[in-house]
Design a protein around this ligand. Structure first.
Ligand SMILES: [Zn+2]
Length: 243
């Protein structure tokens, strides 16, 4: 089985209320968060997880964010340009994971069927999280459920935060790494003392369609991964490569 390395590229960062990624935990406390694209090295196919967003894409939706690096400058040390990317695995179609899709104009985008169908006409409660202009004309592979993309890299359907979120499981020299298919930080996976007393093994992101389904997805990822890579955790801002 091939072994891969993961290069997190933090495009921007910004403060959020800590309860944003840990539902009902310590509202009022601020934490730093980041928005990434993740390059997976180890295959002849150039694979990226998520298309990313820049600070302006957040600001227009009312979230304060500061740019760290552009996609072009983030990929350059790897000897790549956005046009070299063959596949973009899209965890879900919320704007912060798809806004820069136009940069990868030779790529095939892999999206879950449930996410794709929902995103055509989202409910008003979360319609501002979706923008059809980011995905209306994509070269898309719409898939349904768990699937191996190349040997050693698979997607896992992990719904709840959005209808068809998919996590990405990657074979590495240090075990299975999973990039979560839902917006999360390490706090999402770490119950507070009060939560643990209630028997919770994790919490869920504030934004979700169904709390129970989301919890089950979070728990499944927590149990099966050796290296947890939550989509918005600030721990990887200065991390060059995993493992
Ligand atoms: Zn997100």
């Amino acid at each position: 089985m091939p072994l891969y390395k993961i290069f997190p590229i933090a495009l921007c960062e910004g403060p959020r209320d800590s309860s944003h990624f840990a539902y009902r935990a310590e509202p009022g406390k601020l934490c730093n968060t980041a928005c990434y694209i993740w390059y997976i090295e180890g295959s002849d196919t150039h694979i990226l997880v998520d298309a990313g967003a820049d600070a302006a894409d957040f600001t227009v939706r009312g979230a304060l964010e500061t740019d760290i690096i552009s996609v072009e400058d983030g990929l350059a040390p790897l000897g790549l340009t956005p046009k070299d990317i063959d596949i973009v695995i899209v965890t879900h179609l919320h704007c912060d994971h798809i806004a820069l899709s136009h940069l990868y104009n030779k790529a095939r985008f892999i999206v879950q069927k449930r996410e794709w169908e929902y995103a055509q006409n989202p409910h008003p409660i979360d319609a501002t999280l979706y923008d059809r202009s980011f995905y209306a004309n994509l070269n898309c592979d719409v898939i349904d459920g768990n699937k191996e993309i190349v040997p050693g890299i698979s997607v896992l359907l992990t719904p709840g935060h959005s209808p068809g979120g998919q996590s990405v499981e990657i074979n590495t020299s240090a075990g299975k790494a999973i990039i979560t298919g839902f917006c999360a930080t390490q706090d999402t996976f770490t119950p507070t003392g009060e939560m643990a007393k209630r028997g919770w093994e994790a919490t869920i992101p504030l934004i979700h369609h169904d709390a129970l389904t989301t919890y089950n997805s979070v728990l499944e990822i927590k149990r099966r991964t050796d290296i947890l890579l939550p989509l918005h955790d600030p721990a990887f801002i200065r991390k060059k490569v995993i493992p």
